[in-house]
Design a protein around this ligand. Structure first.
Ligand code: ATP
Length: 327
């Protein structure tokens, strides 16, 4: 998108963000563009999942008010010396954006973050899509350096889940659970997903990109894109959600837990993880080459999942494994 179009689209959104009606003519005058240009900007946003009403004679209106990401506000909320948070408008995927920077040899400070208003190619695991509509959720990627090397990646994904649970509990009094190894649930509905990707040479230490998609206010139409129960923060929290603050809080929470993890490894987090584990002491099925059934007994000190099959208790590692209810 050209710089002018980007500036115009952001300006348009600043008017519409309050969820009130604005006529096409009035909006065109404010931006100094034609009504057709206004319609085109809005069509593009609609294609990225923003729900916009248009009523003849009244103009345009968002179905729900939104709060735009604001780089200045985010910056002013950060503590001195905090790593950079880059705000993007529409991007392919915030993880891809960080990975590209690393591949290009850019030096990043651990804890650096990219957030975006929408992702056109948001990703889950195994090439699955993460639905990322415009302006209402959090699409957040953080760079980290894993000095303990790749075997620690398993525990890292789990402590990221704990960081999200701690933040949700403290700021929003929301009790979240983790589905090993990478999903956050509230009331058995998926609220957030984590995608940890390793970058570059994997030897003694490695570069890691931690992607977090967290639903704040999913538009009604989202159900046609998601094939499992999901929820959003607006539905489960009594507190209003301020997206810009949430970005800063999440960066801070993540950096703190990851620093702790770098020193201690996963062992001190086992109890806390098991308290948040969706499947602890429940029947599960582990989707592996040949599926494994049993009762989940939590995780071990490296973050592997412990499954009691009745005649043996085994531990399974691997970010590619998926756990399902066995009930
Ligand atoms: P696994 O246990 O293997 O992680 P998963 O179904 O949770 O299985 P992920 O790769 O973690 O898979 O996440 C992708 C899945 O999440 C999609 O296939 C879709 O079902 C669901 N999904 C996509 N977008 C969203 C969203 N915004 N909110 C909640 N769920 C979503």
């Amino acid at each position: 998108m050209s710089k002018t179009n980007l500036v115009n689209q952001r300006q348009l959104l600043q008017y519409l963000a309050d969820g009130k009606f604005y006529s096409g003519q009035w909006l065109a005058e404010q931006l100094g563009v034609s009504r057709t240009a206004v319609a085109n900007y809005l069509n593009e946003l609609k294609q990225h999942g923003l729900e916009i009403f248009s009523v003849k004679g009244r103009g345009y209106k968002l179905t729900q008010a939104i709060q735009l990401l604001d780089a200045h506000k985010i910056n002013s909320l950060q503590r001195d010396g905090s790593p950079q948070i880059l705000v993007q408008h529409i991007t392919d995927s915030t993880n891809c954006q960080l990975l590209q920077r690393l591949q290009a040899g850019q030096k990043l400070q651990p804890g650096s973050v990219i957030v975006a208003e929408a992702q056109s190619a948001g990703r889950g695991r195994h090439g699955r899509a993460w639905y990322s509509p415009f302006g209402t959720n959090l699409y957040f990627s953080c760079y980290w350096r894993l000095e303990q090397g790749m075997p620690a990646a398993m525990g890292l994904s789990l402590v990221v889940g704990l960081a999200i649970c701690r933040l949700l509990q403290r700021q929003y009094q929301v009790k979240a659970q983790i589905k090993w190894p990478n999903d956050i649930y509230v009331n058995n509905r998926k609220l957030a997903g984590i995608l940890v990707e390793l970058a570059g040479q994997v030897d003694a230490g490695c570069d890691v990109v931690i992607g977090i998609g967290l639903n704040i206010g999913m538009p009604e139409h989202s159900k046609q894109y998601i094939d499992q129960p999901y929820t959003d923060l607006r539905a489960v929290s009594l507190q209003p959600v301020e997206r810009n603050s949430l970005v800063v809080q999440l960066q801070h929470e993540l950096s703190s837990i990851l620093q702790e993890f770098a020193i201690t490894g996963f062992a001190p987090f086992v109890t806390e993880f098991n308290q948040h584990d969706v499947f602890n002491n429940r029947k599960v099925s582990l989707l592996a080459k040949s599926p494994i059934s049993g009762v989940c007994r939590g995780v071990d000190k490296h973050g592997g999942i412990i499954i009691d099959s009745g005649h043996a208790t085994d531990v399974y590692y691997g970010g590619e494994l998926s756990l399902r209810s066995g009930d």
